[in-house]
Design a protein around this ligand. Structure first.
Ligand code: SF4
Length: 329
C-alpha cells in the first residue's frame, strides 16, 4: 500500500456568501476547506471524519469535480485534476466516482434501474452488450436481475443505496468517494451495506475516501483516519494507532463521547475531554488554532499562532501546540 492514488496539497475551497454593509462592501467568505494536505494510497480506505460544517463534503465534491478549488493542488495518480480550464479527460472522470448520502434523491425517480445503470455505461463503455453488463452489475452487488425493471420507489432504502453503488461501479473506477453512504439507512441494513463495500473493495482493488461523522464506524472500515475541524485537518493516523493514542484534544473529545456497551471498550476510551463553548461560525473563524474557543487545554499561544501539522512517527500527524511546542504547555 505505497502507491499514491490521490494527493491534496494546500487545497482550499472558499465560498463568497455575501457582502458586508453598504459602506465597505467587503466579501463575506466561508473557508469550507482551508489549506488541507493529505495522501491516499491504492486499495486503502481513508476515513475523513468531522462534524457537520467541517468541510468534509466540500473535499468530496471538489475531488469529484463539482467544485473547482480556490487554490492548491489535487492530483490523481500524479496527474493534476484541475488544469486546462477544469475540463477533465474522460479517463479521469471514469476513474473517480461517488456514492451520495441519500439514495432517495440521487436516483432519478422517473427511470428504472436498467436506465439508471445504462447511462454511465453508454457514456463510459460504449459499444458493449449493455444488457449483459447491467445483469453483471446487479449480480456483483447481490441484486436479482429482475430488479432492472423496478423503479427507485419500489426499492427499500438499502436497495436504493446498493443500486447507487452499482452505478458507481459501472465505469470501472479506481477511487470511490463514499459520502456518508450508510447514515440515511436503517441500522439493520447498515452492516449489510458496509460488508458489501468491503467485499467490492477486495474484489476490484478499490480505494475509498469514506466521509462520515461516525467515528466508531471507522474502527472496522478505515485503514487510516483523518479528522477535520472547520476546514482543516487536525489529526491523521493509521486506524489502530489513532484509536489507541489520539493526540489532538478535539479527537480525544470525539472519542471520549462515543457510547460503548462493554467494560473492555470503556477501558480503551480516552479520558473524558469536555469541550467548552459552541462551534464558531464558519464566516468568523477564531484566530490562531480554530479549536481554541472549545479546547480545555487552550493557552495564550493558541490564540496567536495557528499550529502546523507535525509528524509524530508511524504516519501519525497532529496539528496542536501541545505536541509541536510542549514546552509552552
Ligand atoms: Fe487546544 Fe491549543 Fe492544541 Fe488548539 S493548539 S487544540 S487550542 S491546545
Amino acid at each position: 500500500m505505497t502507491t499514491e492514488i490521490l494527493t491534496a496539497t494546500a487545497l482550499k475551497k472558499y465560498f463568497v456568501v455575501g457582502r458586508t454593509g453598504w459602506r465597505d462592501r467587503q466579501a463575506v467568505t466561508v473557508k469550507a476547506v482551508d489549506g488541507i494536505s493529505f495522501t491516499m494510497y491504492e486499495g486503502e480506505t481513508l476515513g475523513l471524519v468531522g462534524e457537520s460544517g467541517s468541510g468534509k463534503s466540500t473535499v468530496a465534491y471538489t475531488t469529484i469535480g463539482m467544485y473547482r478549488p480556490t487554490s492548491g493542488s489535487l492530483k490523481f495518480r500524479g496527474q493534476e485534476l484541475f488544469q486546462n480550464g477544469g475540463q477533465r479527460p474522460m479517463s479521469l472522470r471514469k476513474a473517480i466516482q461517488i456514492v451520495f448520502q441519500d439514495p432517495g434523491s440521487s436516483l432519478n425517480p422517473r427511470r428504472n434501474i436498467k436506465q439508471i445503470l445504462e447511462l454511465p455505461l453508454q457514456i463510459h463503455q460504449p459499444g458493449k452488450n449493455r444488457l449483459e453488463q447491467i445483469v453483471h452489475l446487479l449480480e456483483v452487488v447481490d441484486l436479482p436481475p429482475e430488479y432492472m425493471y423496478k423503479y427507485p420507489h419500489m426499492l427499500s432504502g438499502g436497495e436504493k443505496q446498493i443500486v447507487a453503488i452499482a452505478r458507481a461501479l459501472a465505469t470501472n473506477p479506481s477511487l470511490i468517494i463514499l459520502d456518508e453512504p450508510t447514515s440515511a439507512l436503517d441500522v439493520s441494513v447498515q452492516a449489510k451495506t458496509i460488508n458489501l463495500l468491503l467485499r467490492l473493495q477486495k474484489e476490484f482493488n478499490l480505494s475509498y475516501l469514506f466521509i462520515t461523522h461516525d467515528l466508531s464506524l471507522m474502527r472496522n472500515v478505515a485503514s487510516r483516519v483523518a479528522i477535520m475541524y472547520l476546514g482543516k485537518i487536525c489529526e491523521v493516523a493509521e486506524t489502530a494507532g489513532f484509536f489507541q493514542n489520539p493526540l489532538h484534544p478535539y479527537t480525544q473529545m470525539l472519542l471520549s463521547s462515543i457510547p460503548v456497551v462493554s467494560v473492555e471498550e470503556e477501558a480503551l476510551k480516552p479520558k473524558k475531554v469536555l469541550s467548552t463553548g459552541e462551534i464558531p461560525s464558519p464566516v468568523n473563524i477564531p484566530s490562531g488554532c480554530s479549536f481554541r474557543t472549545r479546547c480545555p487545554f487552550a493557552m495564550d499561544l493558541c490564540s496567536k499562532i495557528d499550529p502546523v501539522m507535525v509528524d509524530t512517527g508511524k504516519g501519525h500527524s497532529v496539528r496542536c501546540h501541545l505536541v509541536s511546542q510542549p514546552a509552552a504547555a
